[in-house]
Design a protein around this ligand. Sequence first.
Ligand code: AMP
Length: 404
Amino acid sequence: MAKRSIADIDVAGRRVLTRVDFNVPLDGGRIVDDRRIEAALPTIRSIVSRGGRAVLLSHLGRPKGVGYEEAYSLRPVAKRLEELLGEEAIGGVAFPSEDCLDEAAQAAVEALPEGGVALLENLRFHAGEKKGDADFAARLASLGEIYCNDAFGTCHRSDASMVALPRAMKPAPAVAGFLLDAEIRYLQGAVADPKRPFVAILGGAKVSDKLGAIRHLLERVDALVVGGAMAYTLLAAQGVAVGGSRVEPDMLGEAKDVLDLAAAKGRQLLLPIDHVCGRALQAGTETISVDGAIPEGWMGLDVGPRTAEAFASAIRAAGTVVWNGPMGVFEMPPFDAGTRRVAEAVAAATEAGAVTIAGGGDTAAAVEVFGVANRLSHVSTGGGASLEMLEGKAFESLAMLDDA
Ligand code: AMP
């Protein structure tokens, strides 16, 4: 169900409590990757350009929940946001204090001019945030008149700012920001009403992490392509020799069920038929290419060229592609080739008219590294959230938003 958008409400002069996901990777106070800040800019701009007052709320990392900890401060984010917004934020970006609810924070929100932006300190400095606490939410609620959720990366969580806060603010409008809107439209929309053929690509470390997604997608796709370490558990369940590849022995039963489900539904299931193997998961390891069975003493670290070509040709023919998880150890050449080939095929499919979506932290990183991110329809900013959406889970945080 589509949600009411920030674009549809009058924000002039009003304080919009905007939950963003500024949980960016930091290295000694330096922001390593600011994509999550960039991704929230359209919503912030929409508020300030119409004379609204944007009060931004976010978490960062996993502080203990007993007050301020410098390592988890949003201060570097406030600085970066101010650089990105420049003159668009009237009076700059206010970053009032070390506590999102202290007097200085309240005073800064009170004093915010029309078109102004304030970022409050890490919500998780209060234990109430993770607990979904109603009292904490009620105190936050007093800071604004409109609730806007643009924190897709946190939407699978029921933290106070995601659920209890919009509940506490009712009957105030509760709307979706542009990032959230795009994520829902692509991730839910593509799966619910795909242009066919619908091809899902799953990869990454563990089959156990992606079982829910496999099951949900198998109900809907025409073809399921599986690579990465998780493919070895499926191959082992088929009785294929996988040598020393990473297998989850306790998942073999589940893996058999998945294979049976694919067969029963008549879905095309593409598994690796050749492999690039190493002696160990380490840079500079001796490598061999293997067709079919993997000998003892070797582990599959990437799909082989015949597999990559088979995957690419299924992808190029697709009307919809959903991709979560790399095809091999893409961080470590030469085991990046399979993931690169798939990334290029997904980009080519987009250019041939397919709707293509990549999600998950590693997959988003891979498409960025391979330079194809801009050639896909959508690259999700959410890791856990995008996977849970592919599992077909309902999110409490989205249920709190007004319907369009
Ligand atoms: P995930 O977070 O589940 O998407 O898994 C991503 C991780 O899986 C990456 O760090 C990859 O290096 C790793 N990976 C992918 N293929 C393999 C493989 N064949 N063997 C070991 N690790 C792999």
